[in-house]
Design a protein around this ligand. Structure first.
Ligand SMILES: NC(=O)c1ccc[n+]([C@@H]2O[C@H](COP(=O)([O-])OP(=O)(O)OC[C@H]3O[C@@H](n4cnc5c(N)ncnc54)[C@H](OP(=O)(O)O)[C@@H]3O)[C@@H](O)[C@H]2O)c1
Length: 325
């Protein structure tokens, strides 16, 4: 079988981490915003640099695109790929809001082109096993789910993207992992409360989301870019509990029921990329680990949280004004 060939759309911090893991030979092309950065990436990873996505799509020869530009650009870049018939894996959060996610999923279904959110946590064998056990009822009735993901932005080494008024903030950057985790295990909540701390520019620095899932389980989620937390997740049921240190990139989970078991696995992007490669080769239009419906459900919840917290992106304000004209 010939090697799967990726087009990287964006070449920043996360693109370099993924490229290090994929190794040479699987990335055939790269595009970006700043030509020198794109050329440097192409040089380091032995692939072809394109001046923009249209040029790369015209050249063709890729099996899939990996969109890793900042959140504000996910929709348009993914849309271009889908319209060109190129399967696409789009970094988390999949889009800025549910309307955008809905449109991409519609295109994917209509044109039978693969589309998936790059929520890498979902592809981890540990998380897959946790989901399996919870859904199989091994913990009994779920009573409580807790997850937190806070990191001090200043020490993170990430670019300014986190403070982008259009799609930045703690909820979109870190909170999305806690929402996706909670949704995968409990489903979407009916009602919930939100407590937010923002900076002077209205960017959320910390969010606390609490509520009750559809089956009555309580959940408490915290995310922040202004502090450090243990980034632990815990699920408690009537017959046992599971704790996952560093749940968004886990290497182990501890199951406590009638006996105690520890599951360990390798951390990495390999699970996600291999699953996508398999799905694309099999002619699927989505991945079982991160189905369209789940990405959309999480974006809908995210919209509802932002509404309660008063987090509105500039493009959404423009759309609102247009509608009232
Ligand atoms: N899965 C994970 O673990 C993980 C971790 C971190 C981030 N992420 C996600 O990955 C994405 C990128 O994060 P990052 O930290 O890598 O950001 P970054 O370092 O700022 O990199 C973004 C890249 O996209 C390029 N870019 C910007 N606008 C573009 C456009 N319109 N078209 C094409 N390329 C464009 C940038 O070009 P320049 O050369 O001009 O800057 C840069 O190469 C975000 O959505 C983030 O949420 C995922």
């Amino acid at each position: 079988m010939s090697a799967f060939s990726w087009l990287f759309v964006g070449n920043g911090v996360i693109a370099r981490r993924v490229a290090e893991e994929l190794g040479k030979g699987r990335i055939l092309g790269v595009t970006g915003r700043t030509p020198e950065h794109t050329r440097a990436f192409a040089h380091n990873y032995g692939c072809r640099a394109f001046s923009d996505l249209s040029e790369a799509l015209e050249a063709g020869g890729f099996d899939a695109a990996y969109v890793n530009a900042p959140n504000r650009a996910h929709f348009e870049l993914s849309r271009q790929c889908l319209l060109a018939g190129l399967p696409v894996l789009t970094e988390k959060p999949v889009t800025l809001n549910a309307a955008e996610a809905e449109e991409l999923i519609r295109l994917s279904k209509e044109r039978r082109v693969f589309f998936c959110e790059g929520m890498w946590t979902r592809f981890s064998p540990i998380i897959q096993e946790v989901i399996r056990r919870v859904r199989a009822g091994e913990l009994g009735k779920i009573r409580l789910l807790r997850a937190d993901f806070c990191y001090p932005y200043r020490l993170s080494g990430f670019s300014q993207r986190v403070f982008d008024p259009e799609g930045g903030g703690a909820l979109m950057d870190a909170g999305i992992y806690t929402l996706s985790f909670c949704q995968s295990l409990l489903g979407l909540p009916g009602d919930f409360s939100v407590r937010t701390r923002k900076n002077g520019e209205g960017i959320d620095l910390f969010d606390e989301i609490e509520g009750v899932g559809p089956e009555g389980a309580e959940f408490r989620l915290r995310c922040g870019i202004d502090r450090l937390s243990l980034c632990r997740a815990e699920i408690r049921g009537t017959r046992g509990k599971i704790s996952i240190p560093l749940f968004f990139k886990p290497v182990k989970a501890v199951f406590r029921g009638q006996k105690r078991e520890t599951m360990r696995s390798r951390r990495g992007f390999c699970w996600e990329f291999e699953a996508v490669e398999r799905a694309v080769r099999a002619g699927e239009i989505e991945c079982g680990q991160m189905p369209h419906a789940d990405s959309l459900a999480v974006m809908r919840w995210c919209d509802a949280i932002r509404k309660k917290a008063g987090i509105v992106f500039p493009s959404e304000q423009v759309q609102k004004k247009d509608r009232t004209c």
